[in-house]
Design a protein around this ligand. Structure first.
Ligand code: GLV
Ligand code: MN
Ligand code: MN
Length: 415
């Protein structure tokens, strides 16, 4: 490598801690739901920070933010990197945020050294990676890649019936650029692992080779509201007891696909919501994951079989609707090797790893050569306010990100 640029891990950490105050929670996490006032505030911070570094910030019609630094060859396709600034309802300080702020740190380092890449470089903040408020996750990189229809994204509603497109307008981030109008030479995303492997094996860097598949379902169970004191047990059509069976069935499907299968019911609603009324209606949201495409399909078939059996046994109707399927993906060997070489150059311990969590890089992988870098997080805990990562590991990830960008810049220019 021609350069020896060193990122400033303390400067990165102070950006992480500064933005963590936006939507910061008492337990040390962040609540910064997509298109909330807090999302607007962190976007404003990010835009100002990028502009202070001389970047040109463009915003597309879904609020995806693209901050570009020119290269010496204006005709070269830009090398992109980034992640997301939105969080789970009770999220941590690192999920997504590290990838964006480490990208900013990489740019600050290049600016301080006056280093010029050949290709332009573009730092991205993707809208609605989490999918916690508006399903599915990775929605706006999904539209960017052409896999999710634009109209579907704009019309998506949250649990209170608020519409994505209107909320985007409300926070002032519906930009003029057509979604998917730009293309990139490569995309790299740095993220915390969100699982326990790197920490357990005392590795600093995860060289991500693959991403597992994801399946999301919305379900509604309808039985009958009835009096809790008078309805004989055999006559009940209790939608909440049926849901309890569904939840156990969903867990059983994952266990039948152990150790790689995962299944979760993460949201439940019981109506009408009275202690002494048998719940006649329940809604639930389920998430299935598997790194193998056929296994994911098998899990879906198993779900439908179990739905039918529980509906019959409990004398209820169960309507289950698939809202999203993202098949497993493989990252690009050129980018994977650039990450591996960058980790090695810096003397960081590393291992190859499959991503258990979903990331915008999964959608970007269908648009350009894409890869990911992981760093450890304490106890593998994520989607939790206590999520934590060390300053050293965040700094190591940012250094590998910077070196990967520079390495790709050289490789793509044929140098
Ligand atoms: C993204 O946060 C996911 O659900 O994996
Ligand atoms: Mn994330
Ligand atoms: Mn997340």
């Amino acid at each position: 490598m021609a350069t020896n640029l060193q990122i400033d891990k303390e400067r990165l950490w102070s950006s992480l801690m500064e933005t963590a105050k936006i939507g910061g929670t008492a337990k040390g996490g962040i609540r910064r739901l997509t298109l909330s006032d807090e999302d607007k505030e962190v976007r404003d911070w990010f835009k100002a920070a990028c502009e202070a570094e001389g970047l040109t910030v463009a915003i597309d019609a879904l609020g995806n933010m693209f901050a570009t630094r020119p290269g010496t060859d204006p005709d070269a396709a830009p090398i992109a990197f980034g992640s997301h600034l939105d969080t789970q309802p009770a999220g941590g300080k690192f999920d997504g945020i590290l990838g964006v702020l480490a990208g900013l740190e990489a740019i600050r380092t290049m600016n301080a050294a006056g280093y010029q890449t050949r290709a332009p470089i573009t730092l991205i903040n993707w809208t609605n990676e989490e999918g916690a408020r508006f399903a599915p996750a990775m929605m706006c990189s999904g539209v960017f890649s052409g896999e999710i229809p634009m109209e579907q994204a704009l019309a998506t509603k949250d649990n209170d019936g608020r519409v994505f497109g209107e909320e985007l307008e409300r926070i002032g981030y519906r930009g003029p650029e057509t979604v998917g109008a730009r293309s990139f030479a490569a995309f790299v995303e740095l993220h915390i692992e969100q699982g326990p492997i790197l920490e357990a094996e005392e590795k600093t860097i995860g060289i991500v080779t693959d991403g597992q598949g994801i399946l999301w379902f919305d379900g509604t169970i309808v039985g009958q509201d009835c009096h809790a004191g008078t309805t004989p047990m055999p006559m009940r059509r209790d939608a909440l007891v049926a849901l309890a069976e569904m939840i156990l069935a969903i867990e059983a499907i994952a266990l039948d696909h152990a150790p790689s299968g995962h299944a979760t019911v993460g949201e439940v609603f019981a109506l009408p919501g009275s202690r002494n009324t048998i719940p006649g209606t329940t809604h639930f949201k389920a998430d299935f994951r598997h790194p193998d495409r056929d296994a994911l399909t098998h899990m879906e078939e198993d779900l439908h079989a179990r739905v039918a059996a529980i509906a019959q046994k409990r004398n209820v109707t169960i309507d289950i609707r698939r809202v999203w399927r993202k098949d497993p993906i493989a990252f690009d060997p050129m980018v994977v090797e650039a990450v591996a070489a960058s980790a090695q150059k810096n003397g960081f311990s590393a291992r190859r790893i499959i991503s258990g969590a979903g990331h915008d890089a999964f959608f970007m992988a269908s648009t350009c050569p894409t890869g990911m870098i992981f760093v450890p997080c304490a106890g593998g805990i994520s989607h939790n306010e206590e999520e934590s990562a060390t300053e050293d590991d965040c700094g190591a990830g940012a250094q590998v990100l910077l070196d990967t960008i520079l390495r790709l810049d050289e490789a793509l220019s044929g140098a």
